[in-house]
Ligand binder design. Structure first.
Ligand SMILES: NC(=O)c1ccc[n+]([C@@H]2O[C@H](COP(=O)([O-])OP(=O)(O)OC[C@H]3O[C@@H](n4cnc5c(N)ncnc54)[C@H](O)[C@@H]3O)[C@@H](O)[C@H]2O)c1
Length: 273
C-alpha cells in the first residue's frame, strides 16, 4: 500500500498522529509534505524528521481558529508544492484543553470552551476544505481529503463539545464527498484510544491507573491502545489510489470498540419482578 508521489498537507503536524501521518506519507513516496500547527518548535522537529525520510517539506505556523491564517497557510503550501493532492485535517482538541476535567459536560462547559473546540475541530476542517478545494479540483494525482473523526463522534462520550464536533466531522465528510465528487474523494477515520504522549501523561498522573486504563480502552476487543502508526497507515491508505473507489466513508480504527456494546464492570440491579 503506497501513497505515491503526491503533494500532501497535514494539519496538527507538530506531534502525535499528525507528525506520524506526515512521516508515513514521506515513507510512502509523497514528494511534498506540507505541515501546519500552532506549535513552532514541534513543527520544526517534524520538518526535520520528514526531510530525513526523503520528502520535500515546509512547515507553516497557523492558528486554526483564524480563517485568514488557514487560507494563507493553504495558499502558501500549495504555492510551494506547485499544487495540492491530499489534505489531511488531523488537528483536533478535547474540551479538557479549555476546561477543568469536571467542567466538560453539557451543563458545565463554558461557552468559550465550546467555541474553541468547535472552531478547531469543526469550523477549521470546513475552512481548510473550502480553501483547499480549488487546488484539489485542479490536481491530476488522485486528489482526496482525509479527516480525523473519533469513536466519540459515533457513540455517546462525556465531553459535550468534542463528541458533537467529531460527529459533525463524519457528516461534513459525507457532504464534502458529495460536493467534490467525482474528482475529489473525501473520507474520515475514527480512532479509538491511541498511545500518544498526552494519553501517557493522563495515565501516569491517574491515582488508579488500571481504572483509568479501563475507562480509556477497556472496550477495545484488542486490549491495548492503538499506535500512531496504525492510524497513519489508514490515513495514507484512504489518501492513496488503492482507495480510489472509496468516498464518503468513516473507518473506525478502534481495536473493535464499535463492534460491540462494551460491558461495564459494575454491580447490576437484577430486577426479576
Ligand atoms: N489521541 C487519541 O486517542 C484520539 C482518539 C480519537 C481521535 N483523536 C483525534 O485524532 C487527531 C489527532 O490526535 P492527537 O492525539 O495526535 O492530538 P495532539 O493533541 O497530540 O495534537 C494535536 C495538534 O493540533 C495542534 N493544534 C491545537 N490547536 C491548534 C490551533 N488552534 N491551531 C493549529 N494547531 C492546533 C496542536 O498544537 C497539536 O500539535 C485529533 O483530531 C483527535 O481529536 C485522537
Amino acid at each position: 500500500m503506497t501513497l505515491g508521489p503526491k503533494r500532501v498537507l497535514v494539519t496538527g503536524a507538530a506531534r502525535g498522529m499528525g507528525r506520524e501521518i506526515a512521516l508515513e506519507a514521506a515513507r510512502q513516496g509523497a514528494t511534498h509534505v506540507g505541515l501546519t500547527d500552532i506549535e513552532t518548535d514541534g513543527l520544526a522537529e517534524t520538518e526535520a524528521l520528514v526531510r530525513a525520510e526523503g520528502a520535500d517539506t515546509r512547515g507553516v505556523v497557523a492558528n486554526l481558529r483564524s480563517s485568514g491564517e488557514i487560507r494563507s497557510m493553504i495558499d502558501d503550501i500549495a504555492g510551494w508544492a506547485g499544487g495540492l493532492d491530499v489534505l489531511v485535517n488531523n488537528a483536533g482538541v478535547r474540551d479538557h484543553l479549555f476546561a477543568d476535567a469536571d467542567k466538560v459536560g453539557v451543563d458545565t462547559l463554558d461557552e468559550d470552551a465550546w467555541d474553541a473546540v468547535n472552531d478547531i475541530n469543526l469550523k477549521a476542517v470546513w475552512l481548510a476544505t473550502k480553501y483547499a478545494a480549488p487546488y484539489l479540483r485542479a490536481s491530476d494525482r488522485g486528489p482526496s481529503i482525509v479527516n480525523a473523526a473519533s469513536v466519540s463522534g459515533m457513540t455517546g462520550a462525556g465531553m459535550a463539545a468534542y463528541a458533537a464536533t467529531k460527529a459533525a466531522v463524519i457528516q461534513l465528510t459525507r457532504t464534502t464527498a458529495i460536493n467534490l465528487a467525482p474528482h475529489v474523494r473525501a473520507n474520515c477515520y475514527s480512532p479509538g484510544a491511541i498511545k500518544t504522549p498526552m494519553g501517557d501523561s493522563h495515565l501516569a498522573a491517574a491515582p488508579d491507573r488500571l481504572a483509568t486504563a479501563r475507562a480509556m480502552y477497556g472496550t477495545h476487543l484488542i486490549p491495548r491502545r492503538g499506535t500512531v502508526n496504525e492510524i497513519a497507515q489508514v490515513a495514507c491508505f484512504l489518501a492513496s489510489d488503492a482507495a480510489s473507489f472509496l468516498t464518503g466513508i468513516n473507518v473506525p480504527v478502534d481495536g473493535g470498540t464499535m463492534a460491540w456494546r462494551g460491558m461495564q464492570d459494575v454491580e447490576l440491579d437484577v430486577d426479576l419482578d
